[in-house]
Design a protein around this ligand. Structure first.
Ligand SMILES: [Fe+2]
Length: 377
């Protein structure tokens, strides 16, 4: 068991930019693995990210470890073949069935040379809490940082988990260490499966159900929606399912002031962000496709940072239904890729219907109530 919490560093590319792809909730299993992997490979070829962060529920852990490893192989081969560094952490489902523990899963991910993930060993709760330094393009200085947290699976009462007190303490100490070593604050992103419970403070509370408002995960009588007075991004489409407990992770980040944004998954159709106390609390889409209209709206998020301006970043969410065009259908057909052609065509037509219905619904809600439910990503 490794007792380290710092991963192999990344570096800003020769243009002084860093492009990170956030993948989450792939839930790989028999009914979605081929199409999900085909779309992820396609996404990597067009985006050419400098790194990929995968934040849990990666594999629908089953009672057969050989099968689980087979799913991981297909996922990791996407990045191994393209030599893209990948950092992994876990969600509530990865080790749920128990055929492989989080530690065993991490050891298996780390058999791939593209993996830069860390098993923090006995040092911290969970498995997969670490930081990834990002060096300047000339390699001389640490210019940015990526925090990866295991937000655990469930608490003792069956509620969703969160980042625990010892992990928060580790973050605070590490943040101070980095500031001291670099002579200045190192700006960063944080990634984890479960959204922080503070997200409810960043939304507007309503005591009755309205369109595009969602009940609190643990208090069903309170509803939440975007607060028009705040800076919002994307669309909130379901209840943010945070952990029940809160050990002060978000407040610690506010205090240290080094985290620009925190990106989670878990809520598969939520692709939104809201600025709260100077930090963007964001959720990214599930990155899978199982052949239905619902999953045509899944996808990934791209983040970009310039080493000259590390206190700012850009973010965009890419839905499968926007990524795929009829050109992709034709290109797959021309290559004799029958499966790719079928997948691309499925995404295109199912996605067109899904996207149209979304647009119609959001347009009319805005028209009838004056309430904006979608903001620019
Ligand atoms: Fe999930």
């Amino acid at each position: 068991m490794i007792n380290s919490t710092t991963a192999k560093p990344l570096r800003f590319n020769s243009d002084g930019r860093l492009k990170v792809m956030h993948i989450t909730d792939t839930h790989l299993e028999d009914d979605n693995i081929e199409a999900s992997v085909w779309l992820m490979a396609n996404a990597c070829d067009r985006e050419k990210p400098d790194a990929v962060i995968i934040t849990g529920d990666n594999v629908q852990n089953c009672d057969d470890s050989a099968k689980t490893k087979g799913y991981i192989d297909k996922l990791m081969n996407v990045f191994e073949a393209r030599k893209i560094p990948v950092a992994v952490t876990f969600g509530n489902h990865d080790s749920e069935v128990g055929s492989m523990s989080r530690e065993e899963l991490m050891a298996y991910y780390n058999t791939y040379s593209c993996s830069i993930s860390i098993d923090d060993g006995d040092l911290l709760s969970g498995c997969g809490t670490y930081n990834i330094p990002v060096l300047s393009s000339n390699g001389e200085k640490m210019k940015f940082n990526l925090w990866v947290f295991d937000s655990n699976d469930y608490d003792g009462k069956g509620h969703y988990g969160c980042v625990l007190a010892d992990q928060v303490e580790w973050y605070k100490q590490k943040s101070d260490e980095l500031t001291k070593a670099n002579g200045e604050k190192v700006y960063s992103f944080a990634f984890q499966h479960m959204i922080v419970a503070d997200v409810y403070d960043a939304l507007k509370k309503s005591d009755k159900k309205r369109f595009f408002s969602y009940s609190h995960m643990y208090n069903k009588d309170d509803y939440y929606m975007f607060d028009p007075c705040k800076e919002n991004f994307g669309t909130l489409t379901e209840t943010p399912c945070s952990g029940y407990e809160n050990y002060g992770q978000f407040e610690a980040m506010v205090e240290k002031g080094d985290v620009l944004a925190i990106f989670s998954g878990h809520d598969h159709t939520n692709a939104f962000g809201v600025k709260h106390k100077g930090i963007d609390i964001c959720n990214s889409l599930s990155t899978r496709y199982n052949g239905d209209a619902f999953s045509s709206q899944c996808g990934y998020r791209i983040l970009e940072v310039n080493e000259k301006t590390p206190s700012t970043y850009t973010s965009r969410v890419v839905h499968w239904y926007d990524m795929i065009t009829m050109k992709d259908v034709k290109a797959a057909k021309a290559k004799g890729d029958t499966f790719g052609c079928k997948t691309a065509f499925d995404v295109k037509w199912r996605g067109t219907l899904m996207k149209s219905s979304h647009r119609f619904g959001r347009f009319w809600i805005h028209k009838l109530t004056g309430r904006k439910v979608t903001y620019k990503d």
